[in-house]
Design a binder for this molecule. Structure first.
Ligand code: PXG
Length: 464
């Protein structure tokens, strides 16, 4: 067997990759025909590929590399922990120091009354835990009929059978027998696409009240919980109107259903606070965490649980857990990542400096002829592309055609800015500085210009 290294020709690496590696959310034949981009290294906010390109990663990997790439401290902690105790489980009445330390630290950072963590290896696993946790909670409270979890169309909560069912992605539900029973979806607070003639505040209220209608229709004796991302991420960075979350909180309180905030993207500084729930002013009973918890340096996720739920679940045996629940290396790396976020004042800087700076630049993108709406909450933003701003029109071409062209232009200009349908989204590392933000905006503007020119040339600048 020959060693495969960074020094091999890109085409050889691509051929081997296509021959033996099936990629997530990818058409295998397409990747085989075009070849994957081979990322060979990264530092700060920049990626390097096998062709020597320096690419600004405005997605922080997959919304996760909050402290940026190349942090030696995280590598050192991982190596140290691997030497001391590379693995032990947290089943069968055992524990270890990294998981104790991390749990205590998360309890300090979490909102009041949330002091317990159940660990998983990812956000998907954590949301699977949540499904079983809330149903078991109500069972143990003598209300076994409370099983339904209400979620939203176009939500993303993971890709396992349970979490993918919670999510509201129709393309995912079409494959592999999802959703599982007793998951119900209501509308999303996407005013641009679905608000019609209402103003954003009226629309936000209307969408929140769909929760109340669903509870009334199904009966309160059947509904266990509502789950939502404080700001939808993978759905396209959809920022809810200001009326949305207060109304959702009112309804959860009134009917005493559990509120699960999926903080997998919003957590750990992304919105300018430790949790998106703080930014949105909500009081969840469970928070799903992953991604920024370790800045993606190790796979780790979990559920932060209210004292009330922990008290009930702890009174019996919860028959649930993963081999890697509370993995010592992942826990130690997460702990060090939280230290960096805290001691370097990264979360505060996002709130007080970086967000205002990026927002002022991001808003200028509205002057671009393609951009109808520019949203930003902390370090997550979206641009809605449109052929006609005043009527908030969608393109006549299939949804995503224009977004895909724009993403291709971004890639060509050494910028990772993703598309979701015809929305362009960013979620850069939280450590991005002002001159890097300037570069991001320059490359985004250039890419939009090139995209616009191509749409005009191909007759695609047409409303549908
Ligand atoms: N909840 C939310 C809100 C997420 O964004 C998950 C749960 C699942 O986490 P894991 O660790 O199981 O992937 C996520 C993940 C995209 C993209 O294309 C987004 C995610 C994952 C992969 C791709 O935007 N989010």
């Amino acid at each position: 067997m020959n060693a495969i290294t960074n020094h091999m020709p890109t085409a050889d690496l691509q051929a081997l990759d296509a021959a033996h590696h099936m990629h997530p959310f990818t058409t295998g034949d397409e990747i085989a025909a075009k070849g994957a981009r081979v990322i060979t290294g990264a530092d700060g906010v920049m990626l390097c590929d096998s062709e020597g390109n320096q690419i600004l990663d405005a997605m922080a990997g997959l919304w996760c590399v909050n402290v940026g790439y190349g942090r030696e401290e995280l590598a050192d902690v991982a190596a140290r922990q691997m030497r001391e105790l590379p693995y032990y489980n947290t089943f069968f009445m055992t524990t270890h120091v990294p998981v104790i330390a991390l749990s205590q630290r998360i309890a300090e950072l979490a909102p009041e009354g949330m002091n317990t963590v159940f660990y998983a290896g990812s956000g998907s696993e954590a949301n699977d835990t949540n499904i079983r946790m809330v149903r078991t909670y109500w069972d143990m409270k003598g209300k076994p009929s409370k099983k339904v979890i209400i979620s939203r169309h176009n939500a993303y909560h993971g890709s396992s059978v349970g979490s993918g069912s919670l999510g509201g992605m129709s393309g995912m539900h079409a494959q592999g027998g999802m959703p599982i029973p007793d998951i119900h979806h209501i509308g999303q607070p996407n005013w641009w696409a679905e608000g019609g003639d209402m103003n954003p505040e009226e629309f936000g209220l209307m969408r929140a009240q769909e929760l109340e209608q669903a509870i009334e229709e199904m009966g309160i004796d059947r509904v266990a919980a509502f789950i939502a991302e404080p700001v939808q991420g993978a759905g396209g960075v959809i920022v809810p109107p200001s009326t949305y979350w207060p109304e959702i909180q009112r309804i959860c309180d009134k009917y005493e259903i559990l509120l699960i905030a999926d903080e997998v993207i919003c957590g750990f500084g992304r919105t300018g606070n430790w949790f998106g729930s703080t930014t949105m002013g909500i009081r969840p009973d469970i928070m799903t965490i992953a991604k920024g918890l370790s800045s993606g340096y190790q796979p780790i996720g979990g559920s932060i649980i209210s004292d009330e739920i922990a008290g009930v679940i702890n009174s019996g045996e919860f028959n649930h857990g993963y081999t890697y629940s509370g993995h010592p290396v992942a826990s130690a790396v997460a702990m060090e990542n939280l230290r960096i976020l805290d001691e370097e004042g990264i979360v505060t800087r996002v709130r007080e400096q970086t967000t205002p700076y990026l927002k002022q630049k991001w808003d200028t993108m509205l002057e671009h002829p393609l951009v109808g709406e520019a949203n930003l909450v902390g370090m997550m933003g979206s641009l809605v592309l449109t052929p006609h701003k005043e009527s908030r029109a969608a393109f006549k071409s299939d949804t995503g055609t224009v977004g895909f062209i724009c993403r291709e232009r971004c890639f060509a200009n050494n910028l990772v800015m993703r598309h979701v349908g015809d929305r362009m989204i960013i979620s850069p590392p939280l450590v991005i500085n002002e001159s890097e933000i300037d570069t991001l905006i320059e490359r985004a503007w250039q890419s939009l210009d090139e995209c616009h020119a191509r749409l005009k040339a191909e007759g695609l600048m047409v409303a549908g």
